[in-house]
Design a binder for this molecule. Structure first.
Ligand code: PLP
Ligand code: COI
Length: 338
């Protein structure tokens, strides 16, 4: 790691030293196991391989201005992991188990937490899947929960520069009353083809619309959408959108800054009226949207190539908390290395 150019890191896997594991067998969870092994051995008929009984999480640890390492909102990710596990009829680990493993993995891999001011962070990836051997479509009785980490840089290579996104109505990400509101692998598999099409046409991400009517904005690739106008922070309300923890935090910060916060349907026709809009998520942080192209109508909306005033204020406020530059007024950070 000594020779690592942290500021050049992209969003990719880099080997670290330790990961944490819990196995669910015979109706109970094992103790946490710490290992250096990056591999797992699994039966070819394990339920995750055939029926997509798999979920994951994503959260970050930051090296602060004071040298301390902070994990951002780990309990929130643990609760969302629980809701994904419930939805897939998997055994549900406790918040405590997940938090303990995240803290341990960061502590044990502290030398992989990028230095302050490199813009990089340590990404934690909890992943859980059914390992029961069988052929029938039924809930898994055995499961494995692994928490590993990797140092990462920017998700979009543009960094905080505005991105270009494309609206696609040919393929949807998630159905109403489907699994869009939980973080399961199948949603990402479903998004690949439209994502590839958009990438080939030079866009960073796909903007998905609601699958029932293709009328309302849902998500921006693997990030939530927000728009700003008339002193309001506006973000979609939908049963098929993932409840983003970054978005939840931005709603609080927007409120703290005196913006009104609205969670509601956002019709596509409303897009031109926003002064600023962006994509937000753990990996994406805030990525301002500079252009929205409709792949079906051929129309393009331009928001400009500069980061908007409110997007910048929100981005700064969020990162100030994550990097310990300001008081953590809402108690979002867990300090793991002093
Ligand atoms: N929406 C989707 C589909 C995602 O994959 C993510 C990433 O986790 C988000 C939104 C943002 O959620 P969060 O801010 O909790 O990372
Ligand atoms: C995250 O933002 O943590 C995500 O999970 C996005 C990921 C699918 C790349």
């Amino acid at each position: 790691m000594e020779n690592m150019d942290w500021s050049k890191l992209g969003f990719d896997y880099h080997k670290t030293e330790f990961n944490a594991r819990y196995a669910f067998t015979e109706g109970k969870w094992s103790e946490m196991e710490i290992t250096g092994d990056e591999y797992i051995k699994m039966h070819m008929s394990a339920s995750c391989l055939h029926y997509g009984i798999e979920l994951f999480e994503g959260l970050k640890a930051f090296r602060g201005i004071d040298g301390k390492v902070r994990i951002f909102r780990v309990e929130e990710n643990a609760k969302r992991l629980q809701s994904s596990a419930e939805r897939l009829c998997l055994p549900v680990p406790t918040v405590d188990m997940i938090v303990k493993a995240c803290v341990e993995v960061v502590k044990l891999n502290e030398r992989f937490v990028p230095p302050y001011e490199t813009g990089a962070s340590l990404y934690l990836r909890p992943v859980m899947f059914g390992t029961t051997v069988g052929l029938g479509v039924k809930p898994a009785k055995e499961a494995l929960l692994i928490i590993y980490c990797s140092p990462v840089g920017a998700y979009f290579k543009e960094g905080v520069k505005p991105i270009r996104v494309a609206i696609d109505r040919i393929q949807d990400r998630a159905a109403p009353r489907g699994m869009g509101d939980v973080k399961v692998g199948g949603n990402y598999a479903a998004s690949l083809m439209s994502g590839e099409k958009a990438h080939h046409e030079g866009f960073s991400s796909v903007m998905y619309l609601d699958a029932a009517e293709h009328k309302y904005i849902e998500e921006c690739g693997a990030a939530n959408f927000f728009g700003i106008k008339e002193g309001k922070y506006i973000t979609p309300k939908s049963m098929s959108v993932l409840p983003s923890i970054t978005n939840k935090s931005l709603r609080q910060l927007a409120h703290d800054m005196g913006l009104e916060v609205e969670e509601r349907h956002i019709p596509v026709e409303e897009l031109p009226s926003f002064d600023e809009c962006g994509a937000c998520g753990t990996a994406a942080v805030i990525s301002p949207i500079g252009e929205i192209h409709d792949m079906q109508t051929g129309q393009t909306l331009h928001y400009g190539d500069k980061v908007g005033e409110w997007s910048m204020k929100l981005y700064t406020a969020l990162q100030d908390i994550q990097y310990g530059r300001t008081e953590d007024r809402h108690g979002w950070c867990t300090i793991v290395c002093e």
